[in-house]
Design a protein around this ligand. Structure first.
Ligand SMILES: Nc1nc2c(ncn2[C@@H]2O[C@H](COP(=O)(O)OP(=O)(O)OP(=O)(O)O)[C@@H](O)[C@H]2O)c(=O)[nH]1
Ligand SMILES: [Mg+2]
Ligand SMILES: [Zn+2]
Length: 296
């Protein structure tokens, strides 16, 4: 049976690129997938039955290295989290939500702060710069960009090599624009074009893996909410690297880093080693996870 990778999912079809060549086959999922709750994702490695006359069939989905629900994609190495400096407003709360999911899935995160040209001479510039510095200090790679001035675009070139990279972030932050700016040959649809058609948000409608700089990249539709259904309260602090670093230094072996005495995380916040906003987001997410558990 031929094997390959799903590179696109659209309207009930999966497009499978065969291993070892560049041929892509239009396939449907096997009939019993629904009953067995198999939900093929872009990025999946699959076994399929091909046909040049009719649609092919995906027969088997191989075990995944990781999977994201939003955007729906599997077997990803790296995520470029695109957050605009403005339009929509920069949201460290949403960024930290994304980061938790990315860390929990063992995906390498890169933070991109887009539309920097729009804040250059505004009162928000200093605040955004402070956030950028905080994330850098935590060890994250942060790339401020502008498609209007080509700012920092060259920093992306080496990142894609030998990796499957997903671009993720809210609708309208400029994911597709950024990919086009990095590689104009992509000609992805962006909001400039769709606004003429009277469409508002959500210009990108499907996930697709595209060959790019010796790797693969996926542009994805924007989304703005992300729940913590797959995350356990006890694990949450592991996904904040600056808290994870202090594991084992708290007085209690199992410490939620909230009301316990002699907590190394709370001490880190007091000393300024852990940014206050990150700790506040942690407490906020922890409560959300506990509330979720109570409801289900
Ligand atoms: N000034 C400025 N505008 C930008 C920049 N990047 C993107 N934009 C604008 O932001 C709008 C949205 O860009 P898109 O690339 O369509 O955004 P997207 O993240 O792909 O959105 P979805 O596909 O809906 O998820 C467009 O009007 C772009 O021109 C930038 O660096 N500077
Ligand atoms: Mg888009
Ligand atoms: Zn603690």
């Amino acid at each position: 049976m031929p094997e390959g990778r799903i590179v696109k999912a659209l309207a009930g079809f999966y497009y499978v690129k065969e291993n070892g060549n560049s041929e892509v086959f239009q396939c449907r999922g096997r009939g019993n997938f629904r009953k067995k709750k198999v939900n093929p994702l872009v990025g999946d490695w699959v076994e399929f039955e091909s046909s040049n006359i009719t649609d092919g069939y995906i027969l088997d989905v191989k075990e995944r290295k990781n999977e994201l629900v939003r955007p729906p994609i599997a077997n990803i190495d790296q995520a470029i989290l695109v957050f605009s400096a403005t339009e929509p407003d920069f949201s460290p709360l949403l960024l930290d939500r994304f980061l938790v999911h990315i860390e929990a899935n063992d995906i390498l995160p890169v933070i991109c702060v887009s539309k920097m040209d729009l804040v250059q001479e505004t009162k928000d510039f200093a605040e955004i710069q402070t956030y950028i510095d905080s994330y850098k200090k935590l060890g994250y790679e942060v790339i401020p960009t502008s498609t209007k001035t080509d700012e920092s675009l060259e920093m992306f070139y080496p990142l894609f090599k030998d990796k499957a990279t997903v671009f993720a972030g809210q609708s309208g932050v400029g994911k597709s624009s950024l990919l086009n700016a990095i590689n104009p040959e992509l000609m992805l649809e962006t909001n400039e074009i769709s606004s003429h058609l009277g469409r508002g948000k959500h210009t990108t409608r499907h996930v697709e893996l595209i060959p790019f700089g010796n790797g693969l990249v996926a542009d994805t539709p924007g989304f703005s909410s992300l729940d913590f259904m797959n995350i356990e309260a006890e694990d949450l602090s592991m996904y904040f690297p600056e808290m994870n670093e202090r594991r084992g230094e708290c007085k209690f072996r199992v410490c939620s880093h909230t009301s316990e005495p002699k907590c190394a995380v709370k001490q880190g916040v007091e000393e300024g080693a852990i940014p206050k906003f990150r700790y506040e987001h942690y407490v906020n997410f922890l409560q959300e996870i506990k509330d979720q558990k109570r409801r289900y």
